[in-house]
Write a protein that binds this ligand. Structure first.
Ligand code: ADP
Ligand code: TYD
Length: 228
């Protein structure tokens, strides 16, 4: 008897720096594993040896917005070809800490780079990688961790040494947050807004509710119980 391979599932995590993505991505991976799925946990920029080198450049070297956008998309192409598409073809769950919405939010809304060339790059980079040649590869779901920029800044202040993006002023993150809101408004079926201005436990409950509603996880009791 052959067992059908489950359909691959591609979920991205988005939001401004400090919104709480990293605090929940491993828990969601574990929840899928507990229910028998194989999970690829990855991130952008990064996820392959080449893309991780590009990530280091992007996070630490000064450059203009076009260079930044091109590096983000170059890293993404390698990541899609080497990691994301093969994992989806194997029927895995791919959890990706950031994807293209970050480029629209950070390089577009944050840096002020034109959205139209970004859309052209998005199409070039994200087609021709899937088995269906015309498919624009996008996440099936984007969890958007929505948190006011000033709250994120407070959380980050004591959390880690800031990189080139995290050193930006509050006004930059207010624009990035607006960029995410615009992307979410343009693709409401793909986006699920998570109100991150809540305790870790409340945020985790919102995430699991989205998964259960979509039929991707069975109803879960317990899970992450952080009390912050
Ligand atoms: N719900 C929450 N309430 C308070 N602090 C939080 C919450 N979620 C995360 N944090 C803290 O905020 C900081 C940023 O969270 P993190 O998950 O690293 O954000 P991101 O990955 O989106 O940049 C960390 O120090 C983390 O412990
Ligand atoms: C994917 C992507 C990330 N970024 C930025 C946003 C983040 O500040 C940074 C790295 O993301 P992230 O992995 O969230 O940083 P950290 O490891 O500190 O949690 O890269 C862009 O500017 N454009 C992009 O296309």
């Amino acid at each position: 008897m052959t067992t059908a391979t489950p359909a691959g599932l591609f979920i991205s995590f988005e939001g401004i720096d400090g919104a709480g993505k990293s605090s929940h991505i491993a828990s969601l991976a574990q929840a899928f594993r507990d229910q028998g799925r194989t999970v690829t946990l990855t991130r952008e920029p990064g996820g392959t040896p080449l893309a991780e080198k590009l990530r280091a450049l992007m996070l630490h070297d000064a450059m203009d917005p076009l260079t930044e956008a091109l590096i983000a998309f170059a890293a993404r192409r390698d990541h899609l070809v080497q990691v994301i598409e093969p994992a989806l073809a194997r029927g895995e769950v791919v959890l990706c800490d950031r994807f293209t919405d970050a480029t629209f939010a950070y390089q577009g809304a944050g840096r002020g780079f034109d959205l139209q060339p970004l859309a052209t790059l998005e199409r070039m980079v994200q087609t021709g990688t899937a088995p269906q040649p015309d498919l624009l590869r996008e996440p099936h779901l984007t969890l958007w961790f929505d948190l006011p920029a000033e709250v994120a800044a407070e959380r980050l202040a004591s959390a880690r040494v800031p990189d080139r993006f995290e050193s930006e002023p509050g006004s930059f993150f207010a624009r990035v947050a607006q960029g995410y809101a615009s992307r979410a408004a343009a693709a409401p079926q793909r986006f699920a807004r998570i109100d991150s201005n809540a305790s870790r436990h409340a945020v985790w409950q919102q995430i699991t509710q989205v998964m259960v509603r979509r039929g991707w996880l069975a109803i879960m009791v317990g899970g992450q119980g952080g009390a912050a």
